[in-house]
Design a protein. Sequence first.
Length: 342
Amino acid sequence: MSKILVTGGTGYIGSHTVVELFNAGYTPVIVDNLSNSNIQILDQIEKIIGIKPEFHEFDLCDESKTKAFILNNPDISGIIHFAASKAVGESVADPLKYYYNNFFSLINLLNGYRETPINFVFSSSCTVYGEPDTLPVTEFAPVKKATSPYGNTKQIAEEILQETASAYGNYNIIALRYFNPVGAHATALLGELPNGVPQNLLPFITQTAIGKREKLTVFGNDYDTPDGSCIRDYIHVVDLAKAHVAAIKLLEKGNPNGNYDVFNIGTGQGNSVIEAITAFEKASGQKLNYEFGPRRDGDVIKVYGDVTKSAKELNWKAELGIDEMMASSWKWEKYLKENPIG
Ligand code: NAD
Ligand code: WQD
């Protein structure tokens, strides 16, 4: 079956996607520079699928190494491009790192396929919508001025891809706009591995519950929402991984919408921070130590996706709910306590 290049494949979403590609009969090939992941993830993947996936360690910002890889691997029929820097706060402090890494890796990849037809799935983000004017937000909603250099790299990358698809004709591209990926593989052998103090909600919840953090601070409970806390569309990482397999299949079949398309990847449901905490306490069977603190700069109040287009045209729908997101996150955190990775 088709060989699919998974850039960033030892990362959080990439590693889960490698598993789902294998389960769907594809041969995943990972390229990763391990700048935000650990080589042990290959062993974890092997424990799940029974084989160690092909792995190449190099920086996609290195033009010659990227070109050499592409020339030496002519049987790659599709690419899922996860590799990027993704921490919003860090991008504000160090924008050049983000513009360099996220653009040079993308452009080197695209340039390597200038003469060859290629199917290309890109990791985008609901962050491109900013604070939507209407909810749920559809793919036709206007892209708003990015509130961070990270978000700007996603918006500009989408423009690069759209213009590349229309200019050259040999690129067939789908951008997936993820909402909030959370959760872990059901085996608890794969999950999120945040570097240092977690910026995202779920790893902070689970690290607080396991005693690594003293308490969770809820950033604001005075928003214009039913319980005063922000609302997000949390999506299970395994559902998200399966959306990438669906995107590759659509590209292989031929996307009737043309050679550039965008899909929202969420559940279509919004949950507040307090609802997420309550769901975690139910799933873990233990109370979470949290307090309310000041709002966090740049936070969107409410965002959740209209996923009608993904259901109809991508033939994909999220299947796992917030309870499984919380239960799998907690199982993974307990696994890490006994089996540290990195
Ligand atoms: P991650 O950091 O776990 O995975 C990214 C992987 O890419 C890491 O393994 C890292 O080592 C690798 N990498 C980074 N730069 C590279 C380079 N120049 N060359 C080779 N490898 C490189 O992140 P993730 O959460 O799995 O996110 C994957 C993608 O999804 C990213 O593009 C991110 O922007 C996007 N995304 C993530 C979220 C989220 O909340 N996690 C939401 C929306 C979009
Ligand atoms: C979720 C909610 C916080 C931590 C970010 C990026 C986005 C994407 C996903 C890459 C918010 C609240 C959080 C905490 C809290 N990443 N929170 N206490 O901000 O929706 O999205 O990650 O593409 O681009 O912006 O996710 O998990 O940081 O926050 O109260 O310690 O949890 O205020 O309401 P966010 P998050």
